[in-house]
Design a protein around this ligand. Structure first.
Ligand code: ADP
Ligand code: F6P
Length: 471
């Protein structure tokens, strides 16, 4: 077995399969932010990425992708049902997002969560060379740091949670709360999106495990676990360059024409998820149409909502409700050839997404709770002419950094309506000043800065990053 000095562990491998012209299956690097951030470093080491390749059969043996070794972890249909759809996405996901939907608890899901985490830990132990750096990602794998430390105490282990970490009153509902906390404490560094999450974690470890904790350090057995906030970001340069290209500018113009050349385009781009506040936004928009504050000929809403986790009941119910409401609003307020809402459930390629961002005078990002929300950052990066108003939920992690956005509380219907109107009617000079400040921030704190700050904190002595020249 080939071993690496740097190992990234995530539920999914960063690749997509596609069919080559000769009909053969090809694996390509997927366009995710994490892989873009780490790729320069992963390529130099060489490193290994441990994860699931999709499907439910035996793990395929994959070639290296762009110089990065792919180590596959097999998952069965039962694993997917009970670990991914069950414990990860019907217990932890709703609980970590303020329980906006009711979390479900089933012993069978917990058993699958343990079993799958054990499989990832064993796969990682097999590919990490002595003293390697291992970076474990997200809520699907919270037990991996502890399980891995038991197998390989020589490793330097990092854990990063991409989603919110809830306050004690919510986390305390989890029947297996102590095991989950102990799992995370197997890491040397536990990273969160926001300082509040690190604070919640510190409080919980004291309350549940009785250990001594501050918002920066937790004493566990004979070790110190460091914790902190490392807000994830995007490839700002790449998105700005794409959005600034003549092809994307031309595509944006065509989009505007196809939309009927309205005075205002409002855009929302979400996964179809109950945390994203899609229904609340539709209600606000419908009331603005009904009161005449917004007129169909003048303003269009483009709602992109790509289906997600479609086998989980709460996601099926949400999609039905959203589609019924879009139909109602279009039926009531649309005209022939002029729908009130352009509703799209398709995936878009990056250039089309950039063109949509460029056409949007107002970008409405109003989740009820979100770890970060990269869409908000992508919109800002795409506004190369410093125009465009970002309407942003206070409950998105990105609101901490993008404080010049038009901030709203999406639970407050009147506030949401007012926020939309303010963004639509804002003075262009105010819009530009806000956008400039946000763009300057994102150019400084991009995805590479994020990976560098996390990995240099994890690699305290600095030997790995120093040897490699940093990501
Ligand atoms: P989450 O991680 O909860 O899905 P984020 O906003 O942080 O939410 O990230 C969503 C990512 O998915 C962004 O990079 C965005 O560009 C991408 N995305 C969302 N909708 C689509 C779509 N219809 N087609 C292609 N990419 C999409
Ligand atoms: O942001 C949390 C997250 O789980 C990401 O890890 C993932 O890319 C995204 O949501 C989409 O979720 P899924 O992998 O379940 O499709």
């Amino acid at each position: 077995m080939r071993q690496s000095s740097l190992v990234v562990v995530a539920m999914r491998l960063p690749i997509d399969d596609s069919v080559a012209p000769d009909g053969a299956c090809e694996w390509r690097r997927s366009p995710g932010g994490l892989v873009s951030a780490l790729h320069p470093l992963l390529r130099q080491t060489p490193a290994t990425w441990v994860g699931w390749a999709g499907g439910s059969g035996p793990a395929p043996s994959l070639p290296d992708v762009d110089g990065v070794r792919m180590h596959t972890v097999p998952l069965t249909l039962d694993d997917l049902r009970d670990h991914y759809e069950g414990f990860a996405n019907a217990t932890l996901w709703p609980l970590y997002h303020d329980a906006v939907e009711q979390p479900e608890h089933h012993r069978r899901w917990w058993e699958a969560y343990q079993r799958v985490n054990q499989r990832y830990a064993e796969a990682t132990a097999a590919v990490a060379e002595p003293g390697a750096i291992v970076w474990v990602q997200d809520y699907h794998l919270q037990l991996v740091p502890g399980l891995l430390r038991a197998l390989r105490p020589d490793l330097r282990i990092g854990f990063f949670l991409h989603v919110p970490f809830p306050p004690p009153e919510l986390f305390m509902q989890l029947p297996r709360r102590a095991e989950l906390l102990r799992g995370m404490l197997g890491a040397d560094l536990v990273g969160f999106q926001r300082a509040q999450a690190a604070h919640n974690f510190a409080q919980l470890t004291t309350k549940v495990l009785g250990v001594s904790a501050t918002d920066r350090r937790i004493a566990v057995d004979d070790r110190v676990v460091r914790i902190g906030a490392f807000p994830v970001s995007i490839d700002t340069v790449e998105m700005s360059a794409l959005a600034g290209s003549p092809e994307v500018a031309e595509r944006a113009q065509r989009f505007r024409r196809d939309l009927g050349d309205p005075a205002h385009v409002i855009l929302s781009v979400d996964r179809m998820d109950y945390t994203k506040g899609i229904e609340q936004r539709l209600t606000a928009y419908s009331e603005l149409l009904a009161s005449g504050h917004v007129k169909v000929r003048d303003t269009v809403l483009v709602q992109v909502a790509v289906p997600s986790r479609e086998r989980v009941g709460q996601y099926q119910v949400l999609r039905d409700r959203v589609e019924r409401e879009v139909g109602r609003i279009n039926g009531e307020f649309g005209r022939v050839g002029e729908p009130a809402i352009h509703y799209l459930t398709q995936p878009f390629d990056r250039a089309e997404l950039a063109a949509l961002y460029r056409v949007a005078d107002v970008m409405a990002v109003t989740p009820l709770r979100d770890g970060m929300n990269l869409v908000a950052k992508e919109y800002v990066a795409a506004r190369v002419d410093d125009s465009g108003a970002l309407l942003l939920s206070e409950f998105a992690g990105s609101a901490t950094e993008l404080s010049q956005a038009y901030l709203v509380n999406p639970h407050d219907l009147e506030g949401l309506k007012q926020g939309l109107l303010s963004a639509l009617e804002a003075d262009p000079a105010d819009v530009t000043a806000r956008m400039r400040a946000m763009r300057a921030h994102l150019h400084r704190y991009d995805i590479r800065a994020w990976a560098r700050s996390y990995l240099s904190a994890l690699d305290e002595g600095g030997s790995l990053l120093h040897r490699l020249g940093g990501p």
